[in-house]
Ligand binder design. Structure first.
Ligand code: BEZ
Length: 190
């Protein structure tokens, strides 16, 4: 698969033109929504786990020194908490470009507080994409995150901003919190 998924995403029209749709953010979209939206609500998706398994050559790293950013992997019984935005369909155009490094639009069921649910979209980077890095020992991932940096800023800030955003949501995420602890420990040892 090509690294630039912009064109592929524009063929993935899972919604009615002219209607608003829900977009679920589980990474930087939780704290950095630089797009117009009608409303924003904490939400969760079931059966998915957030993982720092996607390489970032264009935002939090470079082609020579890629960073690590989040994607989702299927994980029965796991809940992933994040933030849902109700947006107009044409808002997806700029997002397809921002998230072009291997992410594809996918449909998921979003669950809100009090039993409400709605279908929505996520941007998902699977192991089929060229930028996928996959799992690695925690300390290796933490070292990579502690040192990588790209046009959108340091990989370390991405991880720590995500950690703070999840704490503010009252969300539990052992993988993210363990990486944040490890990065802080590495920084303490410098
Ligand atoms: C997210 O926050 O959901 C997200 C951000 C960038 C790429 C993919 C997903």
């Amino acid at each position: 698969m090509t690294l630039d998924t912009t064109w592929l995403n524009q063929q993935r029209v899972f919604f009615e033109e002219g209607q608003s749709l829900w977009l679920f953010g589980y990474g930087s979209l939780i704290w950095k929504a630089e797009f117009a939206y009608h409303e924003r609500r904490p939400a969760r998706i079931e059966g998915w786990a957030r993982r720092f398994w996607q390489g970032s050559h264009d935002h939090r790293g470079t082609p020579k020194s890629p960073g690590r950013v989040v994607t989702l992997v299927e994980s029965p019984g796991t809940t992933c908490q994040g933030m849902a935005y109700r947006i107009d369909a044409d808002t997806l155009g700029p997002l397809d470009i921002r998230e072009k490094n291997g992410y594809l639009r996918e449909r998921v069921m979003l669950h809100f507080a009090e039993g409400e649910h709605a279908e929505g979209l996520i941007y998902l980077a699977t192991k089929e994409n060229a930028a996928f890095l996959g799992d690695a020992p925690l300390e290796d991932m933490a070292r990579q995150i502690a040192t990588a940096s790209g046009p959108s800023g340091s990989n370390r800030d991405y991880l720590l901003n995500l950690t703070t955003a999840l704490e503010d949501l009252g969300a539990e995420d052992k993988h993210v919190f363990a990486l944040a602890r490890q990065v802080r420990e590495l920084e303490g040892n410098r």
